[in-house]
Design a protein around this ligand. Structure first.
Ligand SMILES: NC(=O)c1ccc[n+]([C@@H]2O[C@H](COP(=O)([O-])OP(=O)(O)OC[C@H]3O[C@@H](n4cnc5c(N)ncnc54)[C@H](O)[C@@H]3O)[C@@H](O)[C@H]2O)c1
Ligand SMILES: O=c1ccn([C@@H]2O[C@H](COP(=O)(O)OP(=O)(O)O[C@H]3O[C@H](CO)[C@@H](O)[C@H](O)[C@H]3O)[C@@H](O)[C@H]2O)c(=O)[nH]1
Length: 442
């Protein structure tokens, strides 16, 4: 197969790393974004956003990577186009196709004056049925071509987690391809075989099976997390039971597995909460029993309430709380649906004096936080004058807390992710790890 030229539409959190990885692996890549700042940054060899290893990959792929805002340029100079645009959730929980359809219309228009085979790959997360329905129809209509020997369409989402996007892209557990026909799937599989550094399982199927698979993976994992968090709350009422130990043993059953089963606090971010809700909304649309997905979401929403109850119980008259962690997980600046932001707002609303700190996500959190919340400059600043400290994101640097804490003042640390070694803490500090009764020491 000749060396194919690729275009990547959408240079956001997923698109930029994907474009950089393809370029580093030797493909000629044209990125396209409506945001001229992202386009100029790529053209200047600068990562347009924060993501682990992104700058390194932009540097090494520089000779093969450029960006544009012009669809004609991107489509005419490429053989395969990946669409990685937002698919925001609407009020019903369904994903909107608006960005994807507007892009597909422009891709189709550009294809009218191009000859030869072109493959369009939908990487954005879409609702089951969207690719074989409105996306396919829009592509065929705007390009004047039918899916077949001259036009291929695939739905192929990535299973990447923010903060490890590049690592996950290079080493996936499996590759998921929904294909219009064998040729389309073969072309896409050949791209992955040149980019993956492992030998992943390849799962090829119809568009709709692939769309459902993507939603199922996230819905299953959120069910695991909510199950573990539910057990952790049981343990908080069962003298002698410890969630950490119980979940470790439960996960030892090979049918279950330990990943995402630690029992801490709720999940957040731009994917898990909404994918779970979309799965439920789809079931509702068909009038089906989708209570399992609904329950994971309900239990997840309860986690911040559970945390607040613990704080109310132990804080007594200590009304100054520092919340460490605004990012929805470590190594990212994304604060969407983060437990730290949720907790800060709830406590502030309840009359607590709240100070927050995060190594990366302060800027993105500002617009989400009540304006009475204090923002600490650094970790030391956050620890000053606050009686209760809650670790909401397990950033590695928070494990240094015992060295920073002032040993002369009594304090309470709530550490649901268990990042702190209890043996390093001074006697004056009460450590609460959740997932056990308040009386039992970690
Ligand atoms: N971020 C993740 O962890 C992740 C993981 C798996 C799947 N996804 C899915 O990937 C898709 C993209 O997610 P993301 O996080 O990269 O989004 P993002 O918001 O970070 O990036 C989207 C990019 O598209 C650009 N854009 C918007 N409209 C455009 C248009 N008409 N033409 C060209 N560019 C346009 C924006 O400027 C932005 O740079 C979504 O469907 C999401 O569900 C994301
Ligand atoms: O045992 C755990 C592990 C993680 N989390 C939380 O789960 C959320 C999501 O974490 P993670 O999976 O690391 O990050 P995401 O970037 O949201 O990635 C998820 O969402 C992506 C978008 O669909 C998928 O591609 C990934 O496979 C899927 O892991 C975060 O709030 C974590 O704190 C837990 O609550 N318990």
């Amino acid at each position: 197969m000749k060396n194919l030229n690729l275009s990547v539409i959408g240079l956001g959190k997923l698109g930029s790393p994907m474009a950089a990885v393809f370029a580093k692996k030797g493909f000629n890549v044209i990125g396209l974004d409506v945001n001229p700042e992202f386009v100029s940054k790529i053209n200047a060899g600068t990562a347009p956003l924060q993501e682990t290893q992104l700058q390194e990959y932009v540097n090494s792929g520089k000779a093969n990577l450029r960006a544009t805002t012009d669809y004609d340029d991107a489509i005419k100079n490429s053989d395969i186009t990946f669409i990685i645009l937002p698919t925001p959730s609407d009020d019903s929980g369904f994903f909107s196709n608006d960005y994807v359809l507007s892009s597909v219309t422009k891709i189709g228009a550009a294809l009218r004056s191009k000859t030869g085979y072109h493959l369009v790959v939908i990487t954005s997360t879409t609702m089951p049925g969207a690719t074989n329905g409105i996306i396919r129809e829009t592509l065929e209509k705007s390009s004047g071509r039918k899916l077949g020997p001259n036009l291929g369409l695939c739905y192929s989402p990535e299973f990447i987690a923010l903060g490890s996007v590049i690592k996950n892209m290079l080493n996936p557990d499996f590759i998921l391809i929904g294909e219009s026909d064998r040729q389309a799937g073969d072309v896409l599989q050949s791209i992955y075989s040149q980019t993956c550094e492992n030998t992943p399982l390849i799962k090829r199927m119809t568009f709709t099976s692939a769309e459902l698979t993507k939603l199922c993976v996230n819905t299953f994992v959120t069910t695991k997390i909510s199950f573990a968090n539910m057990v952790a709350e049981y343990c908080e009422h069962l003298e002698g039971a410890e969630a950490e130990i119980v979940m470790d043993a439960v996960g030892s059953d090979s049918r279950i597995g330990k990943k995402y089963l630690q029992g801490a606090i709720g999940y957040g971010g731009p994917c898990f909460p909404r994918d779970n809700r979309a799965f439920y909304a789809l079931g509702q649309e068909f009038g089906l029993q989708a209570d399992l997905a609904k329950a994971s979401d309900t239990i997840n929403n309860h986690q911040v309430v559970r945390l607040k109850k613990t704080i109310n119980q132990i804080a007594q008259n200590k009304h100054t709380v520092a919340i460490l962690g605004l990012a929805y997980k470590p190594e990212t600046d994304v604060a969407e649906e983060s437990q730290g932001v949720l907790l800060a707002n709830i406590l502030c609303n309840d009359g607590y004096s709240v100070t927050v700190f995060d190594p990366m996500a302060v800027l993105n959190s500002k617009k989400l936080l009540d304006n009475q919340i204090n923002i600490a400059q650094d970790l030391e600043d956050a620890l000053k004058n606050n009686e209760v400290i809650v670790i909401t994101t397990p950033w590695a640097q928070f494990s240094a807390l015992p060295d920073l804490i002032d040993a002369t003042r009594a304090r309470i640390i709530i550490d649901p992710w268990r990042v702190i070694n209890p043996e390093q803490l001074p006697e004056t500090v009460l450590l609460i790890t959740m997932g056990r009764t308040l009386q039992s020491k970690p």
